[in-house]
Write a protein of this length. Sequence first.
Length: 318
Amino acid sequence: MKRAMVRFPALVLAALTLATSACGSDKPSNVATSPTPSATALGADQYVQNASAFVDAANWDAAATVRLELGEMYFKPEVLTFEAGKPYKVEIVNAGKKDHEFVAGDFFRSIATRKAEDTSAEVKVPYFTEVEVLAGKSTELLFVAVMPGTFEMLCEIEGHREEGMEGTITVTGSPPTVPAPVLAGITTGSWVQNGPALVEAANWDAKKTLRIELGEMFFKPKAIALTVGTPYVLQIVNTGKKKHEFVADDFFGSIAFRKAQDLLGEYKGPTLKEVEVFAGKQLDLYVIPTKAGSYLLVCEIEGHREEGMEGTITVSAA
């Protein structure tokens, strides 16, 4: 696979190199799968750690909307251009009759991701590694462009890239200064570092399926029991008339995360930060618990937890 070239002005590269040294160094996958830049202040094992600072500071009402069409076998346009420091909403539309992926690992790690959103749910992760859109469906990716450079995008479904499904993403300008990017090593991330290996080795044919209902104002069951090492599909079903969240920070930090999936697509990243399921919709989480313990589950939408929307996830040793 060819390498994606990322070029920076010498002064920008020098400044960012100093900043980087200061902050430290299925096809189930939790790691970036697109080619590694050959020369960049964003190292092959780094990501924008302080994404939330950019997301919170952005004026999302002023976000530019960009349409990316997927089909047999193309991206349209083949070249995407963004400007560092600006917020964007990319509408990823599969106009084809086959499922297609949007994979741009180096680019995904170089941006401040807000969320991916379709008509069923929102998915928030530290950064995405892959977004797959089913035939005839669409999703949206919201982010702030942070690190300038040129990155590769492709579809990794067997044969699709070979038939021409690849393109380029260019981020122009200079990295923002307020807030300034904090780059951190993937290996310092607060997620299960051997998660991809655990996901790859698991027997997903033997997975257990557990339905978890969200409603006004409850989780059902309120006490969720899981076992270390068992692959699960957690069916998060909103049976209510309002949107609800499924947030379990400590639990998310202890799972091997395969993907989140609904009727429109799949979303992959190193782990989850938050999922929100819209009224009457469902989102499935493919996870493997790795650490025994008791974890708090809440809905963080204003007032929902206060009205009783919290629960417990208990993971027992095998």
